[in-house]
Design a protein around this ligand. Structure first.
Ligand code: GRF
Length: 203
């Protein structure tokens, strides 16, 4: 089973997936990593792991549709079963999302449906919540709004800063993302048009 990972930055989630693959715990192979940012550190992680690393700079396209069209071309060369968004900081067009509907996952740093969009840690702190976390979900046209597959919660403790919270949440992302990918690649996790199911049971 073949996975293409899209990134824009550090790629620590990508690293967690690479590590899982190396331990035989991913259920498939990462066949390509694509970044819209040329100096994304995740590209180095990919190359170090011997994975095809492609830069597709969005600045070279004059519309979202043109960019996503180019992205589709690169992705299709690799014939993936699954697209994994791992810190890919671009909103995808409906055409792109529809094409990969039910075969594209994202990880988001909040306990969805709380805090969709950016700055989740700052917003959670400002609200004084006692619990925060991360979610893996299927990607649908609604931004950070697709069906949730798995979440991990962390306690917000005394003296917590945005940075400490981000770090805590990040470590949990690294735990849950490979699990969700494995479920999908093993055929256990499905998108049924509305929600997600695991072994046939709605999540
Ligand atoms: C993570 O916080 C993820 O939740 C968000 O983007 C960040 C990516 O981090 N979607 P990394 O590049 O995987 O380190």
């Amino acid at each position: 089973r073949r996975v293409v990972v899209l990134i824009s930055g550090s790629g620590s989630n990508l690293q967690a997936l690479i590590d899982a693959q190396h331990h035989g715990e991913l259920g498939g192979d990462i066949v390509a990593v694509i970044s819209n940012v040329a100096n994304a550190h995740g590209l180095v992680r990919a190359r170090d792991a011997g994975i095809d690393a492609v830069v597709l700079p969005h600045g070279e396209y004059d519309s979202r549709d043109a960019y996503d069209g180019a992205l589709i071309k690169v992705i299709e060369r690799h014939q993936p079963d699954l697209i994994v968004l791992a810190g890919f900081m671009r909103i995808l067009t409906p055409r792109f999302v529809q094409r990969y509907l039910g075969r594209m996952l994202n990880v988001h740093p909040s306990l969805l449906p709380a805090y969709r969009g950016l700055n989740t840690h700052a917003l959670a702190l400002a609200d004084g919540v006692t619990e925060h976390g991360c979610s893996v979900h299927f990607v649908t046209e609604e931004l950070d709004g697709g069906p949730v597959i798995v979440q991990a919660a962390v306690a917000v403790t005394e003296g917590e800063t945005e940075e400490s919270l981000r770090e805590k949440v990040h470590t949990r992302e690294h735990l849950i993302y490979p699990i969700a990918v494995k479920w999908f690649l093993e055929g256990r996790l499905r998108f049924d048009g509305e929600g997600a199911t695991l072994d046939g049971t709605p999540l």
